[in-house]
Design a protein around this ligand. Structure first.
Ligand code: NAI
Length: 338
């Protein structure tokens, strides 16, 4: 197995074996879809994360090469590779955090919903494995359409009696990352100084930047509001078109996924005041799932914050977002129930 060190060239590697097994401080993280466009840079960045002690890389193709490559990095995390469905359970057993970027990405002209037919089944199968092998793990769902794949994951967990709404999070962080970048550009600020809440979901009009709540406090003209909202909502499509058939955002997504996973790990560790936006089981609106600011802690989502005061433009956007979200959520639920 890729996890066991033996005699190699006459050298006894059993001490490495001890370290790999020994619970050195840190968290155990699995990436499902680790050999993909997002998976590879995500694996690299997680290998660099000091909070990670064990990193499991699972995919249905190419994991041995990615694992060999990443495992040579001289950082703390022990890396193991897992290839194909018969190794899924080993990949998941004992994990604290599971990140899912498995599935097909968009090509020009496609919406995220066009990915549903392929990715719904992939996410369902992977979540069945999680329910069986690491039901207490925090799950970060990246696979699109997030607005449907998170409800799919929830249904699988409900059917297996393992659903804990605090532990299931759809990753919308890339929308926040883009919003911070684009807003900073308009304001002439360093993006690191800017914090834009983005709520709703992760597709088209469901991506709702709350420009009235940007920090530092600022104001935008109607033209700026229109430009920024549209650019944030279509940021993914901007990348899909620029890549012209070679896929969707992978590098900025891996960055965003690591930013989000790192926040989850800091929460798990018990750090205070870890707040990020995520698509979660929610009562903030009448919908069963909604993205908004949440506080992360030892159990995952410890607190969900209300949307706060919205202006007229945002209230109109919210109604549009909710309409599309309701359909996408229902589609996910129906897929598992059928
Ligand atoms: P990719 O095609 O480059 O990689 C996907 C990987 O998943 C491949 O290595 C493939 O072998 C693997 N895979 C396929 N079926 C699998 C299964 N049953 N189990 C495990 N692994 C499996 O795609 P890319 O660019 O990495 O995108 C992955 C997903 O992330 C897509 O659904 C994409 O739409 C989504 N995405 C989500 C974003 C977000 O903000 N949440 C942003 C960008 C992409």
């Amino acid at each position: 197995s890729p996890s066991s060190y033996q005699m190699e060239g006459g050298v006894d590697l059993s001490r490495a074996n001890c370290r790999a097994k020994g619970g050195s401080a840190g968290f155990k993280v699995a990436i499902l879809g680790a050999a993909g466009g997002i998976g590879q840079p995500l694996a690299m960045l997680m290998k660099m994360n000091p909070l990670v002690s064990v990193l499991h890389l699972y995919d249905v193709a190419n994991t041995p090469g990615v694992t060999a490559d990443i495992s040579h990095m001289d950082t703390g995390a022990v890396v193991r590779g897992f290839l194909g469905p018969q190794q899924l359970e080993d990949a998941l057993t004992g994990m604290d955090l599971v990140i899912i970027p498995a599935g097909v990405p968009r090509k020009p002209g496609m919406t995220r919903d066009d990915l549903f037919n392929i990715n719904a089944g992939i996410v369902k199968t992977l979540c069945e494995g999680i329910a069986k092998c690491c039901p207490k793990a925090i799950v970060n769902v990246i696979s699109n359409p997030v607005n449907s794949t998170v409800p799919i994951a929830a249904e699988v967990f409900k059917m297996t009696g393992t659903f804990d709404p605090r532990r299931l999070l759809g990753v919308t962080m890339l929308d926040i990352v883009r919003a911070n970048t684009f807003v900073a550009e308009v304001l002439g600020l360093d993006p690191r100084e800017v914090d834009v809440p983005v709520v709703g979901g992760h597709a088209g009009v469901t991506i709702l930047p709350l420009l009235s709540q940007v920090k530092p406090p600022c104001s935008f003209t109607p033209a700026e509001t229109e430009y920024l909202t549209s650019r944030i909502q279509n940021g993914g499509t901007e990348v899909v078109e620029a890549k012209a058939g070679a896929g969707s955002a992978t590098l900025s997504m891996a960055y965003a996924a690591v930013k989000f996973a790192d926040a989850c790990l800091h929460g798990l560790r018990g750090d205070a005041a870890i707040v990020e936006c995520a698509f979660v089981s929610s009562q903030v609106t009448e919908l069963p799932f909604f993205a908004s600011r949440v506080r992360l802690g030892r159990n995952g989502v410890e607190e969900i914050y209300p949307l706060g005061p919205l202006n007229e433009y945002e209230r109109t956007g919210l109604e549009k977002a909710k309409k599309e979200l309701a359909t996408s959520i229902q589609k996910g639920v129906a897929f598992v129930k059928k």
